[in-house]
Design a protein around this ligand. Structure first.
Ligand SMILES: *[C@@H]1O[C@H](CO)[C@@H](O)[C@H](O)[C@H]1NC(C)=O
Length: 448
């Protein structure tokens, strides 16, 4: 496994993970047409096909007539809605938490007995039962206004596309929000009202997966090892020693986290968010956090240090349910990762030359199978394993107000390389690739 060296995160004055909701500066942040060879053949052929179709619901129609394109076509009579998937039209009149007039979504509104309420909803919606224990809903977002950085909105679009790609390949739902749900909870604090609302809107989801807008998936195949987190409710990237012993505010990163949709999480977020700018104690919390975490430069209370604070000061209360992931790039610092893309790509090319099964062309829908296969080959590749998530902390792609310790070019070029590195994995089942990570152009994938 890759050990993502924490020293790389420990950058002085590093702005924390940004969700790019900005304070006081309103605009300153950041018919399927089937081919002739397939189903619609026209004229006499279609009549013939229908006849064949009736007699071969399970037997593929095989033909080598060149007009039919030598395709194998299997006609099935499956109903439009499959009986095995979730039923999106079924909501029985039985009373659930949604019918409680007291129920509310805002951060101030207390939710009680959530675990039982969720269970009841699931009981009334049995078609969601399959997979309910590990269903993941991704939530991300950005500010309500256009970006100030001239290419900021383009970067946000590509960063969002990357998340959509990852979700599509793994069958996850995704919600992108760009409304500020609580007028005073700006910037890094904006995600908590959103995560809470997402929990209530998605009782079918076991996990809410928050991913900052400036983080992207650079291993499209890797899946979260949920089994490892089965006794935990919150998963963050970090280093326990740096949090508990060194008391460093960069001992973890709050820009990407997995949080279980349960009462514990609602309670925890309530305490966590109570250090935010919507409370009268915001200023005081800033001082408390700074005196507890001496390396914290900014005097403002931020969600990342607030999380570290709760882990250290209220360890007995919360600590055993928080998993600090250090074994792989749950999220990784871009400065360390970006220079490795070329060597990683080379390693994967070599591997595919050795392992024929990895080179087999396949439908995007079954890419998880090849991902699993590939995982076996790269498990011990160390730094040559694709990093799961690359996080452009400090770059602020939307408002362009990047940390002065980086150049705008380093941020922008790094991001384009990371986006193209990820997109190469996405484009592969479509038959194309970016031969040069620094260039958006594509060529067909060469045959091996
Ligand atoms: C990439 O591999 C080459 C050759 O093994 C090595 O010299 C170079 O340092 C590597 N680059 C990085 C960024 O790891």
């Amino acid at each position: 496994m890759v050990s993502s060296d924490r020293s790389n995160h420990n950058v002085p004055t590093m702005p924390k993970s940004s969700t790019q909701f900005h304070r006081n500066k309103p605009s300153l942040s950041f018919s399927l047409s089937l081919s002739d060879g397939c189903l619609f053949l026209g004229g006499a052929f279609s009549a013939l096909l229908i006849v064949w179709g009736f007699s071969s619901f399970t037997t593929p129609i095989l033909t080598d007539n060149p007009n039919l394109g030598s395709v194998t076509t299997k006609i099935t009579d499956a109903p439009a809605t499959s009986s095995s998937g979730p039923d999106l039209r079924f909501d029985p009149p039985d009373r659930t938490f949604y019918d409680d007039p007291e129920m509310g979504y805002t951060i101030e509104k207390k939710v009680r007995n959530w675990d039982k309420k969720r269970q009841e909803w699931l009981k009334h919606h049995p078609s969601f039962a399959a997979g309910a224990k590990e269903r993941i809903m991704m939530v991300t977002g950005s500010q309500p206004k256009p970006c100030e950085n001239p290419i900021g909105d383009h970067l946000l679009l590509r960063l969002f596309k990357n998340k959509v790609d990852y979700c599509r390949r793994h069958g996850y739902d995704i919600y992108y929000n760009n409304a500020l749900l609580h007028p005073k909870m700006f910037d890094c604090w904006a995600k908590y009202p959103l995560v809470k609302a997402a929990m209530l809107a998605h009782p079918e989801a076991e996990w809410i997966y928050w991913v900052d807008s400036d983080a992207l998936f650079t291993d499209m195949d890797f899946k979260l090892p949920l089994e490892r987190y089965k006794d935990h409710n919150l998963v963050v990237h970090g280093w326990p020693h740096a949090i508990y012993e060194e008391r460093s505010w960069t001992g973890l990163n709050a820009g990407v986290f997995l949080i279980r949709n349960c009462q514990w999480s609602l309670d925890f977020m309530e305490v966590w968010a109570s250090m935010g700018p919507q409370t009268p104690n915001y200023k005081k919390w800033g001082q408390t956090l700074q005196s507890t975490f001496k390396d914290k430069v900014s005097p403002d209370s931020d969600d990342q240090t607030a999380l570290a604070y709760l882990m250290v000061i209220e360890k007995d209360k919360w600590g055993d349910r928080i998993y600090v992931e250090s074994e792989y790039f749950f999220e990784g610092y871009w400065k360390v990762i970006v220079p490795t893309f070329e060597n990683v790509s080379k390693r994967y090319d070599e591997m595919e030359r050795e392992a024929r099964e990895l080179r087999r062309k396949h439908a995007e829908k079954v890419s998880e199978k090849y991902g699993e296969l590939r995982e076996e080959f790269v498990r011990d590749a160390g730094r040559l394993k694709r990093p799961f998530i690359t996080h452009f902390v400090g770059c602020r792609p939307c408002n362009g107000d990047h940390n002065p310790i980086y150049s705008a070019d380093a941020c922008q070029n790094g991001m384009l390389r990371a986006l193209n590195f990820a997109d190469n994995q996405v484009l592969r089942p479509y038959g194309f690739m970016h031969p040069d990570l620094g260039d958006n152009g594509v060529t067909p994938v060469p045959s091996h």
